[in-house]
Design a binder for this molecule. Structure first.
Ligand code: SIN
Length: 333
């Protein structure tokens, strides 16, 4: 379990999940040929000074490359965050995470916890063994955010920038400043251990039922993402419908269509999506565009996900389907 690192009066808990920030390469000059998720979270905190009056506590929750993130890890993370945030002396939680699915974990935790204290995901684009690793500064900045009074909600900290879980997106494959908040812009910057706040923190809301449902679920309802593109076809969607008709236990329940522009679909994919909807599959359109939101038009047959990216729309739809199945169970006795 947890391990006390330094003394202080309030605590920031650092949960490790792996990623490049915990990655190890054979050569210090190698920033891409490494194995993610090797260095323990306690080791990542070595040499990092906590802000005045803050004690750090480290807990290893997982040790994965975040491309392999799972619902089981998300469940454990949500439970450990809830456990620590409920303690009066815990100012906030930091999560060290791979960059590749960081925005999905952030959005999942915000949807499930909507915490009134900070939960700060941080990461690195270079492994811990790099000549100039970016992880230590990101961790230091994340701890500052987690320890700052008045900060709330799930946020991501990378390259001195604080992003909301709703807006954050990985936008670069290599640069150290790999994340962006799109139209909304960042929430704040971290400058020499202090926050320069630009806009309001996400509002907390009572998420108890969502948390309980997620904690008690064996898996999330299956939601697939299908991309609309030039020459798109309906074959993938039709295969999913056929699987469902065969009565497969793990059949698809929801479909997110990564749509072009303002939520438009290739006509062949749209026809298949309408067939899926008629078969009882929940269908949502989310835009492929990096910025902007889908502006709804009257008489649309397939609903849209507004500003959510396809990967976040997938999580929102899965949680919605989980809620629907829970209320179905209650109604059905
Ligand atoms: C990962 O997402 O775990 C690997 C890539 C990274 O952290 O940059």
């Amino acid at each position: 379990m947890g391990e006390n690192i330094q003394g202080g009066t309030r605590r920031v808990v650092v949960l490790g999940t792996g990623g490049t920030i915990a990655g190890r390469a054979g050569r210090a000059g190698d920033n891409i040929g490494y194995t993610a998720g090797e260095v323990g979270v306690s080791e990542l905190l070595g040499g990092i000074d906590a802000p005045e009056g803050i004690a750090l506590l480290a807990e290893q929750v997982a040790q994965v490359d975040s491309k392999d993130m799972s619902f089981a890890i998300w469940q454990t993370l949500a439970q450990r965050c809830a456990h620590w945030l409920a303690k009066a002396d815990v100012a906030g939680v930091v999560i060290t995470h791979g960059t590749d699915t960081l925005e999905e974990t952030a959005f999942f935790l915000q949807s499930v916890l909507a915490p009134s204290k900070p939960v700060v995901l941080t990461c690195a684009m270079r492994p811990a063994t790099a000549l100039a690793p970016d992880g230590p500064q990101n961790v230091r900045d994340a701890i500052v955010v987690a320890a700052t009074a008045g900060v709330r909600g799930v946020v991501a900290v990378c390259a001195g920038t604080v992003h909301s879980a709703f807006d954050v997106q990985k936008v670069h494959t290599y640069r150290v400043d790999a994340f962006d908040s799109g139209d909304g812009g960042p929430l704040a910057y971290v400058e020499e251990g202090a926050l320069r706040v630009l806009r309001n923190w996400p509002a907390p809301h009572a998420a108890t039922q969502v948390f309980d449902r997620v904690a008690g679920a064996v898996s999330l309802p299956r939601v697939e993402i299908v991309v609309s593109h030039a020459e798109a076809r309906g074959a993938i969607v039709d295969a999913l419908i056929a699987e469902r008709k065969r009565g497969s236990a793990d059949a698809v329940q929801g479909l997110v269509l990564a749509a072009t522009g303002n939520g438009t679909l290739h006509h062949a994919l749209e026809a298949a999506a309408l067939r899926a909807q008629a078969e009882g599959i929940a269908v949502v359109r989310a835009t492929r565009c990096m910025q902007g939101r889908i502006l709804a038009k009257p008489d649309e047959s397939l609903r849209d996900a507004g500003a959510l990216t396809p990967v976040k729309a997938r999580i929102a739809l899965a949680l919605e389907l989980l809620a629907a199945s829970a209320s179905g169970r209650i109604e059905g006795g």
